[in-house]
Design a protein around this ligand. Structure first.
Ligand code: WTA
Length: 632
C-alpha cells in the first residue's frame, strides 16, 4: 500500500512529470492499490465549463472497507484511534482496527434500525468524542451522506444546513466539554429542529449524563439503541461518483454552500496526500488537532489516516486547558510522531510562558504541519524551534474544503521547506497564477490569482442542490479554470506563498466566513439599518472581524448596543463569528451607484489611513473623515 509514497526529490519530480503527461495512468495506478468491488471503466471524464468531473466512473467500492475491513488481517490489533478527553484526569480510550470496525458496524446498524437508507442525508452535530468518528464512518458504511456541522454553530445555522441538505436524521449528544465549560448541545438541536420538517429521528449520545428533553417518537438514546445490534454490518456498494459527504462552507455571497465530495476520488486523494505530505510510517502516531466539523478533521483526522492503516489521535479539549502545555503533554503521553495544527493555535500558545512547552520532552515528534491560514514567520519559527527542536520539518499545507485534500505543501523530509511558504504542488496538482484578465502568468517572482487548470480526484463535484452555484463560484471567474479565491506569490525559485483571500471571505482562526453572511446576521438586530464587515490583521486569530454599523437612532449607550449586536451574531451564526470591533457610523463610503467601497473600510480597520486612494467618486466624501476619526 505504501508503494506510492514518494521517497526522494527526484521521485517527486518524476511523479509530477508523469502526473501531467499521463494523469489518467498516474491516478489509475494509485487507485489500483485500494479495494474495489468492481474496477472503473473510465479513469477521468471532465470539463470545467459545466463543470462535470467524474473520476473512476463505473467503479464500485465502499470507503469504509478501505478504512477498516482491508486492515483487519494485517492490522487487526494495531491501534486505529486514540481518544484523549478534555479533562486530563479522565481516562483515555483506545480502539484497535478490529474494535473500531465493530463500533462502526454497530453504529451503522443503529442507523439502519432507525430508518436510514442509502442516499439519505444525516446531519451530525456532536462534540469530539469517539462516537462522532463512529457516526461518520457508519454513515459511509451504509451509503448515507454525512454532513457534519461544527458543534459551535448556532441553532439558526444548524437549521439552515439541515434544511438545505434535507436531512432525515440528526446525530447529537446531551452536551459537550470545552475546557472548563460544559455546553448543552441537545438544547441547540431542539431549537434548530423547530424549523426542520425533514428530520424524523434524533439519536442522542450520552456524554455528560445530563437529563435532556427527549421528544417522544423522535428522539432516542444511542445507548438504548445499540444494546442488541450486531457487531457486523455489510458495507453498501457505492458508485465511485456517489456522494460521500456534504460539508458547508462560506463563500463571498449568500448562505454557506454545501460542498459535495464523492466516494472514489476523495478516498484516493485523502490517502495519497496523507501518506506523502506527512510521510507516515507504519508505527507512527498521528495527531491532527482539527475538529471533525471542519474539512481538516474529515480528511486528516479520519479518512486519510484510516485509509493508510495509521494510528490517529482525537482530542476532545482545547490547547489552553487546563493550561497552555496541554498539546505538548498529550504529545508526550502518547508518543505523537506527527503533529498537525493551525497557526492560530500556535500563536495563542506563543504568547504564554515558554516553560509551558519547554517542560515537555517532545522527543517523539518527527514532522509538524500547519493548515488553515498563512503561517506568519514568527509563528513558523516558534513552532520549528520550540516544538520541533529544529529537528522536524514544518509542512505548511495549503488547501480548501473544496479541494478535499492538501494541494500545495512540502513533503516532509522529501522536498525542502521555507518559512511561510506552502512551497510546491503535490504530484497531480496543476496550479497556475493568473492576472485580473485570467491570463496565465508563467514567470517567477510574480503575484496573481491562484487557480488550478486540471482536475484532481479529491475536488468538489457540486454544491448540494444547486449546481449552477458551483459553476458560478469556482468555474466562471476565469474560463476553463478552477478559481480558489486566494491570491499567491511565486518566488524566484518557483515556490508558492499563499497570501490569502482575494474575495469577501475572511479567515478567523482558520474558519471561513463571508462578510455578507456576518452583515446579514448583524442587520437582523432591530436597531441596525445597514452594516459593512471587513477583516483586519489580528495577532492571534490571523484576521479579526471589524463591523461598521449604521443605526436607526443614535444609541444612548454604545456599549449596550455593541453587546446586543454581538448577541445577534452569536444567535444567527455562533460564537466563532463574533465581531471583534464594532464602529457605529452615520454613513458608509459608497459610490454613486451604491456600492460600498470596502477598500477604504479595510484601510481604516487596518489602522492605515495615510493613503485612502481616490475618494472623489464617493457619493458623500465627508463620511470618510467621520469614519477615520471614529476608528477603533
Ligand atoms: C486558507 C481549510 C495559507 C485559504 C483546509 C483557503 C491557507 C482557505 C492555508 C480554506 C495555508 C488554508 N496557507 N492559507 N497553508 N490553508 N488557507 O475551506 O485562504 O476551511 O482558501 O479549508 O483557508 O479554508 P477551508
Amino acid at each position: 500500500m505504501q508503494s506510492h509514497q514518494i521517497k526522494s526529490f527526484e521521485e517527486y519530480q518524476n511523479a509530477c512529470q508523469r502526473s501531467v503527461s499521463d494523469p489518467e495512468g498516474f491516478w489509475s495506478d494509485i487507485a489500483s492499490t485500494f479495494t474495489w468491488r468492481k474496477k472503473w471503466n473510465t479513469t477521468l471524464e471532465w470539463n470545467f465549463e459545466e463543470p462535470n468531473v467524474k473520476w473512476f466512473k463505473g467503479g464500485k467500492l465502499n470507503i469504509t472497507e478501505n478504512c477498516l475491513d482491508r486492515h483487519l488481517k494485517t492490522r487487526g490489533n494495531k491501534l486505529a484511534l486514540i481518544w484523549e478527553p478534555n479533562d486530563p484526569k479522565e481516562r483515555f480510550v483506545r480502539y484497535t482496527y478490529r474494535e473500531l470496525y465493530e463500533k462502526v458496524c454497530q453504529f451503522a446498524n443503529v442507523l439502519k434500525k432507525n430508518g436510514v437508507q442509502k442516499g439519505d442525508r444525516v446531519c451530525i452535530y456532536m462534540p469530539m468524542i469517539p462516537e462522532l468518528a463512529f457516526a461518520v464512518l457508519a454513515c459511509a458504511r451504509i451509503g448515507a451522506v454525512h454532513s457534519v456541522i461544527f458543534a459551535g454553530f448556532s441553532a439558526v445555522s444548524m437549521s439552515d444546513r439541515i434544511n438545505d441538505a434535507g436531512a432525515k436524521m440528526v446525530l447529537t449528544s446531551d452536551g459537550l466539554n470545552r475546557g472548563a465549560k460544559q455546553i448543552p448541545v441537545k438544547r441547540v438541536v431542539d431549537e434548530a429542529l423547530e424549523s426542520c420538517p425533514s428530520v424524523e429521528k434524533v439519536i442522542v449520545v450520552e456524554r455528560l449524563g445530563w437529563a435532556v428533553n427527549m421528544v417522544e417518537g423522535r428522539d432516542v438514546w444511542f445507548h438504548d439503541e445499540v444494546k442488541d445490534v450486531a457487531k457486523d454490518c455489510p458495507a453498501e456498494e457505492m458508485d465511485a461518483e456517489d456522494m460521500l459527504f456534504i460539508l458547508y462552507t462560506s463563500g463571498s455571497t449568500g448562505k454557506p454552500k454545501g460542498v459535495v465530495h464523492t466516494c472514489g476520488g476523495y478516498m484516493v486523494y485523502a490517502q495519497y496526500s496523507f501518506m506523502n505530505v506527512f510521510q507516515y510510517q507504519e508505527s507512527d502516531v498521528f495527531w491532527c488537532t482539527a475538529d471533525i466539523g471542519w474539512v481538516t478533521g474529515h480528511t486528516y483526522l479520519l479518512y486519510g489516516p484510516l485509509l493508510s492503516g495509521a494510528t490517529t489521535l482525537m482530542f476532545e479539549g482545547v490547547p489552553t486547558y487546563p493550561d497552555n502545555g496541554r498539546f505538548w503533554q498529550v504529545c508526550d503521553k502518547f508518543g505523537v510522531n506527527i503533529f498537525y495544527t493551525a497557526p492560530t493555535a500556535i500563536r495563542s500558545l506563543m504568547g504564554g510562558d515558554i516553560d509551558d512547552v519547554l517542560s515537555y520532552s517532545l522527543d517523539s515528534l518527527k514532522v509538524l504541519g500547519s493548515v488553515g491560514e498563512p503561517i506568519n514567520e514568527e509563528a513558523w519559527h516558534w513552532y520549528h524551534t520550540h516544538v520541533g527542536k529544529e529537528r522536524c520539518p514544518v509542512v505548511d499545507t495549503w488547501w480548501q474544503t473544496e479541494t478535499g485534500g492538501i494541494m500545495i505543501s512540502s513533503l516532509a523530509n522529501v522536498t525542502p521547506t521555507k518559512p511561510a511558504h506552502a512551497a510546491f504542488p503535490l504530484p497531480g496538482i496543476q496550479p497556475i497564477l493568473v492576472d485580473a484578465e485570467g491570463n496565465e502568468i508563467t514567470d517567477n517572482e510574480v503575484e496573481g490569482y491562484l487557480c488550478v487548470k486540471f482536475p484532481w480526484p479529491g475536488m468538489i463535484r457540486t454544491t448540494y442542490g444547486d449546481h449552477e452555484r458551483c459553476r458560478l463560484s469556482y468555474f466562471s471567474t476565469y474560463k476553463g479554470l478552477y478559481f480558489t479565491g486566494d491570491g499567491a506569490k511565486r518566488d524566484e525559485n518557483g515556490w508558492y506563498r499563499i497570501i490569502g483571500r482575494v474575495d469577501d471571505v475572511i479567515n478567523v482562526s482558520g474558519h471561513r466566513f463571508g462578510t455578507a453572511e456576518i452583515e446579514e446576521a448583524i442587520n437582523h438586530n432591530e436597531h441596525v439599518v445597514e452594516s459593512a464587515v471587513v477583516g483586519f490583521p489580528h495577532d492571534v486569530k490571523g484576521q479579526g472581524i471589524y463591523a461598521f454599523v449604521i443605526c436607526k437612532d443614535k444609541p444612548e449607550r454604545e456599549d449596550y448596543l455593541r453587546a446586543e449586536i454581538i448577541e445577534t451574531v452569536v444567535e444567527k451564526i455562533g460564537k466563532i463569528a463574533k465581531p471583534d470591533k464594532i464602529q457605529i457610523v452615520s454613513g458608509l463610503p459608497k459610490t454613486r451607484s451604491g456600492k460600498i467601497m470596502r477598500r477604504i473600510l479595510r484601510k481604516v480597520a487596518e489602522g492605515d489611513t495615510s493613503n485612502l486612494g481616490d475618494t472623489s467618486t464617493l457619493l458623500d466624501p465627508d463620511v470618510v473623515d467621520e469614519i477615520k476619526a471614529g476608528a477603533l
